[in-house]
Design a protein around this ligand. Structure first.
Ligand code: UDP
Ligand code: GLC
Ligand code: MN
Length: 324
């Protein structure tokens, strides 16, 4: 029997950090499957080197972009046209069966049993449960299917401008045809579910096997102080997935960051971890509360140059922003 593999995707260094965590979390939970990372040509050399250490195969693919700004605007995610690149996963025909995992997922227990499922198995999307979420799915690589998918894109496009619209259009009987193709939600627990259905989360959340940080703000959009184990950034958003976000940062800062440091060497690189001695990079709860006031002062030309608005702080904030 040909090998089986978990597959993820990163077109840039930010998503590559996520991909590294996906790979590490699968290894930590002792998967017996191969690990494959599909990457865009713009992923930097040091990141490629780290990916090669974690994954069995790192394959450069050309970036496909839906260019469908109208539909992407409806989702408020203009950045997701490139998710068409995900379709390349069907070309991995040296594997008989694969499980695709978005780079913004985190595996919290062994999920090798997913390989007992057939194409196309996936969990419901929390926003529209008659559609499957394309962040985690079981598929069979096949050049024939790949060709048909590309043809589908040309003929019908995507109703959301991203891969999920195409895949739900193509595998359009998923909602009704075969219940065995419905993965339990715990295989793709999107952080959104925590605030949209809190009692269910309290009841079932501890059974989660894969957490998906779906949405615009990703774990790597925050910063983290490994010493105090504190996450910095938009505290309100962070509060929607508190412990999972911390799990992600602990795994990333303890296992991935040392590898990144090794490979970036002297080159500038931002891990997102704040120095123990440094000031908080982004807003903390207290400073958020007063940010409107600060903005007003700033606009009146009364910036707090010696304190929160010091050049050093602004520089750091810009650096963090540019490296997100
Ligand atoms: N992706 C990528 N580069 C991008 C955007 C997306 O590599 O600029 C890949 C990555 O694997 C990501 C997936 O496409 O996890 C889907 O995008 P995202 O997770 O941001 O969508 P969401 O789950 O938030 O809807
Ligand atoms: C979704 C999925 C993601 C997909 C995006 C665009 O919300 O989580 O995997 O890339 O939609 O279709
Ligand atoms: Mn995702």
């Amino acid at each position: 029997m040909a090998a089986q593999a978990f597959v993820t995707l990163a077109t840039n260094d930010s998503y590559a950090k996520g991909a590294m965590v996906v790979g590490k979390s699968l290894r930590n939970h002792k998967t017996s499957k191969k690990l494959v990372a599909l990457i865009g040509p713009h992923v930097s050399d040091p990141c490629q080197s780290v990916l090669k250490k974690i994954f069995d195969e790192v394959r450069i693919v050309n970036v496909l972009d839906s260019g469908d700004t109208a539909h992407l605007a409806m989702m408020k995610r203009p950045d997701l046209g490139v998710t068409f690149t995900k379709l390349h996963c069907w070309t991995l025909t040296h594997y008989s069966k694969c499980v695709f995992m978005d780079a913004d997922t985190l595996v919290v227990s062994n999920i090798d049993e997913l390989f007992d499922r057939e194409e196309l198995s996936a969990a419901p999307d929390p926003g529209w449960p008659d559609c499957f979420n394309s962040g985690v799915f079981v598929f069979r690589p096949s050049m024939e299917t790949y060709g048909k998918l590309l043809q589908y894109c040309t003929e019908h496009g995507s109703f959301d401008g991203g891969d999920q619209g195409v895949l739900n259009g193509f595998f359009n009987d998923w909602a009704t045809a075969d219940i065995t193709k419905h993965l339990p939600f715990i295989y793709n627990l999107s952080s959104i579910a925590i605030y949209t259905y809190l009692p269910a989360f309290k009841q079932f959340g501890s059974n989660a096997k894969v957490v998906h940080f779906l949405g615009k703000t990703k774990p790597w959009s925050y910063t983290f102080d490994p010493k105090s184990r504190q996450i910095k950034g938009d505290v309100q958003e962070a509060a929607t997935h508190p412990t999972f976000l911390l799990d992600w940062w602990i795994l990333y800062s303890s296992t991935v960051v040392p590898m990144l440091h090794e490979h970036f060497g002297e080159q500038p690189f931002h891990s997102g971890c704040v120095e123990a001695s440094g000031q908080p990079l982004l807003a903390s709860a207290e400073s958020l509360a007063s940010s409107a006031e600060r903005k007003q002062l700033w606009e009146q030309g009364q910036a707090d140059y010696m304190g929160v608005d010091s050049f050093e702080n602004i520089q750091r904030k810009l650096d963090a922003f540019l490296n997100m």
